[in-house]
Design a protein around this ligand. Structure first.
Ligand SMILES: [Zn+2]
Length: 244
């Protein structure tokens, strides 16, 4: 499968950028993970919006859902132009009833509820979930095809359960929103050293860091991760194709 970072920022995007989001492809099936600020603009560089087959949302913070409304408008406008498409499924938890209800829109998109215990088949992907530690309910996710997997932590502070969840994954996409000096001072997020520790303990083949802060020198976050994890680690690069 192929993974393409669409956005890498946490909170809000840099000029012309997007918040943390990834396109995962296999056998012509295109699945978007999270759809925050700037994502819809960036996404069109890598896939036609009408060719999107599914969306999975980790949680309902604005930097993960802000562009859902625009995505829904894109489907509706195509419908008015005489190019109707099947309703786009948007998979997410339904513990927040109002936000979950907003995923369904005029038969253009439809919210599909998932639970932590579910094993969901989304196109060619078997997708599993793990609750993270974050101020709102949030699900990490693992996409598996033919025994190969990509694991995305979504937003979380350190969580021992993620070690087993990500065990042996081909590509670990970890949030790393904090500089080391902010470790323990900002609940719900990890620093680079923790992302590196997660990659090391889970035996991940490769580590990508995302949900980065706009301030400071992000290379310090990568260096902190590399101080713990000896494998291949890098800051996620928008548009780069990562083969798993
Ligand atoms: Zn969040």
């Amino acid at each position: 499968m192929k993974v393409i970072p669409i956005g890498i920022w946490g909170g809000y995007p840099k000029a012309n950028g997007a918040t943390s989001s990834f396109l995962i492809e296999h056998d012509g099936f295109h699945c978007l993970v999270d759809c925050g600020s700037g994502v819809l603009a960036s996404l069109q560089n890598y896939v036609q919006l009408e060719d999107l087959d599914a969306v999975v949302i980790s949680h309902y913070h604005a930097d993960h859902i802000a562009d859902i409304g625009s995505l829904q408008y894109s489907r509706l406008i195509n419908y008015y132009l005489g190019k109707p498409a099947p309703a786009l499924p948007i998979y997410a938890h339904d513990k927040d009833e109002t936000n979950f209800a907003n995923l369904s829109y005029k038969e253009q998109t439809i919210g599909v509820a998932v639970k932590e215990t579910d094993i969901v088949q989304i196109g060619p992907f078997e997708v599993t979930f793990c609750e993270t530690i974050h101020p709102v309910y949030c699900l990490a996710m693992k996409f598996t095809v033919d025994g190969r997997s990509v694991t995305l932590t979504a937003d979380t502070e350190w969580n021992d359960r993620l070690v087993e969840f990500a065990s042996g994954t081909g590509l670990l996409i970890s949030e790393a929103n904090l500089y080391e000096e902010h470790l323990g001072k900002s609940p719900g997020h990890m620093a680079g050293s923790e992302a590196g520790r997660l990659a090391k303990l889970s035996g991940a083949n490769r580590l990508l860091l995302t949900h980065l802060p706009l301030h400071g020198d992000q290379k310090e976050i990568l260096d902190a991760a590399k101080g713990v994890y000896e494998g291949d680690a890098e800051l996620a690069v928008v548009g780069k194709v990562y083969e798993v």
